[in-house]
Design a protein around this ligand. Structure first.
Ligand code: RIB
Length: 311
């Protein structure tokens, strides 16, 4: 049975500069400009919605042009939202530099996202929820309170610890059922949890990686490793799901969000098939990097199914 995917998180207007290569410190390079909807929370909600989830996005925006544009976007998408619109805080914005190979560097300013409030989620909404998904671009106190309420209500909590700052509150790991870090976030979490890391970086042995995942606390850890696929670690087993081969990368912005939103969708539909949900998410991420943009690049259910779905 399909359950609701509730995404509580950030919205940012993405201001993207495209250059042949990243500037070095102090250097100016020439490029082109484009803008569009971003923000990890919103991207993940759009990804889940397009992947077929019954999804609600909870966030905060400013009463400004960027805020008006994104409300129109949500309406056109048909995504259900519970938004706080603030007169005294700007909509979040992200400055992105993207190079010719599709890689990016991002600076995000949170603005209204700092006021995403747990009270935006009432008991009725939580009672309908199967998976609650949060990231690190809203206050940790909001995530902490909502994860606590979700746990008490038997809702699965899913945390994408991005972006990972030095101030990441490790206690959130104790409230998380499924953790989805990338390689960099995983390395920071290891240091935070006292595991340390070898100078050479992550171990190449999956058994060793699994042991490091076990140290973090959440029952399920999905370590996303780009072209190396995903290492899934549970109390019972670990396995690797390979990345989709032969993908022509145009823009990696939001690829992690495509993965997380699609995973939440597939998991909410069938939590017993973890490997299938990861395969579904991998295919969504692979489709997203072939299209320029963040939210706008999220693939629809039809396209994910045509690429193999969860099989
Ligand atoms: O994950 C990609 C997103 O990170 C971008 O859309 C940007 O807004 C930042 O939040």
């Amino acid at each position: 049975m399909q359950g609701l995917v509730l995404v509580v998180g950030s919205y940012a207007q993405d201001l993207s500069f495209v250059t042949a290569r990243f500037p070095t410190p102090g250097e100016t390079v020439l490029g082109t400009f484009e803008s569009g909807p971003g923000g990890k929370g919103s991207n993940q909600a759009i990804a889940a919605h397009r992947a077929g989830a019954d999804c609600v996005f909870v966030g905060a925006i400013g009463e400004d042009e960027a805020g008006r544009e994104i409300r129109d976007f949500y309406e056109a998408e048909g995504l259900a939202t519970r938004l706080t619109v603030l007169a005294d805080a700007p909509t979040g914005r992200a400055g992105i530099v993207r190079d010719r190979s599709g890689q990016n560097q991002i600076v995000m300013t949170q603005g209204a996202n700092l006021r995403v409030d747990p009270d935006q989620v009432d008991a009725d909404l939580l009672a309908r929820t199967r998976v609650l998904l949060c990231q690190n671009e809203i206050p940790a106190e909001t995530v902490r309170e909502l994860f606590g309420r979700a746990r008490a209500a038997g809702v699965t909590t899913l945390l994408n610890p991005a972006p990972m700052g030095a101030d990441f509150p490790a206690d959130l790991l104790g409230l998380t059922d499924i953790l989805v870090p990338n390689e960099t976030e995983f390395a920071s979490l290891q240091t935070l949890c006292g595991g340390g890391l070898r100078a050479a970086g992550l171990p190449s042995d999956d058994g060793e990686l699994h042991q490091q995942c076990r140290r973090l606390g959440p029952p399920v850890v999905l370590l996303t490793l780009g072209e190396q696929g995903v290492l899934a670690s549970t109390p019972e087993e670990f396995f690797r799901v390979p990345a989709v081969p032969g993908v022509e990368v145009r823009d990696t912005t939001g690829a992690g969000d495509a993965f997380v939103g699609a995973f939440a969708t597939a998991f909410a539909e069938d939590s017993a098939d973890l490997a299938g949900a990861v395969r579904f998410a991998n295919r969504a991420a692979a489709l997203s990097v072939q299209v320029v943009g963040a939210a706008g690049a999220m693939p629809t259910r039809d396209r994910i199914e045509a690429a193999g779905g969860r099989a």
